[in-house]
Design a protein around this ligand. Sequence first.
Ligand SMILES: O=C(O)CCC(=O)C(=O)O
Length: 285
Amino acid sequence: MFSVTQDQINQFNEDGFLIVDRLIDDDTVETLRACYERLFCGEFETGVRPDEVNWQQETGDPSLSRQICNGWKADRDIADVVLREDLGKAVAELGGWPGARIMIDNVIWKPTGARSLGHHQDSAYLDWYSPSDLLSCWIALDETTADGGTIEFVRGSHKWKHSMPEGEFHGPEEYRKYMELAAEREGVEPEIVYVEVPKGSGSFHHGWTWHGSGPNKAARPRRSLVLHAMRSDTEYVPAHLSDGMGHVYSRYKRLADNTIDENYFPVLWRNDGYRTPGIDAYLAR
Ligand SMILES: O=C(O)CCC(=O)C(=O)O
């Protein structure tokens, strides 16, 4: 069971991120690595295709990071981790939220030699729901280093003015460009913090924290699993259903109202003890 302390919550509020130990054990790391092999070869255990499949073995550009979004719907080895109640509780406590749902997961595999992932603020893509808060838990499946292209955060940047979504996510030449422009507008020198951790450890970050990652110049791959969570009381915003990532995730909107369907965005933890009941049945093999 993972949990956060009040000191960690204070640190998170100050920095916009928090680096933590032992989110998953070594056996789970091995299970996930095997699952990544399957997913990027197009083997989907449940028969459900993930919402975004941005790389496959047959067709993928070897210079790019492999990425799949919502692997939890396709493979329950991913779901076992990203639907964890203790992670939902940690996210909600860090955000000061009444509860947390999964918004999406990210299955990321950056092989040796692969290019960067552009700096961005996650919440800039989320007008389609309100409150459009996001808080993420990033889990390393390999030991990570700065030269291996680990995720990097800009300390305190969640307090900067909100920027519009700009630039490429996959493989941009100048991967820090839009963050640096935002820092200039803010009149500050950005302080980059690399998440250099052993496998199984990782970090949490605020939806407005600038982050990205450089090319992988190390000899080992850099794999990570990310849980992106939203508040349990979030609703769809009809006027912005096609904005940002809304063009993908508005397909799950109930036609008669703006509530968010728990079948697609389950509640992981809520402060009144509620958790989407279907999760346990789904995880049972
Ligand atoms: O793993 C990375 O390098 C970037 C991941 C990311 O953008 C995120 O977790 O929001």
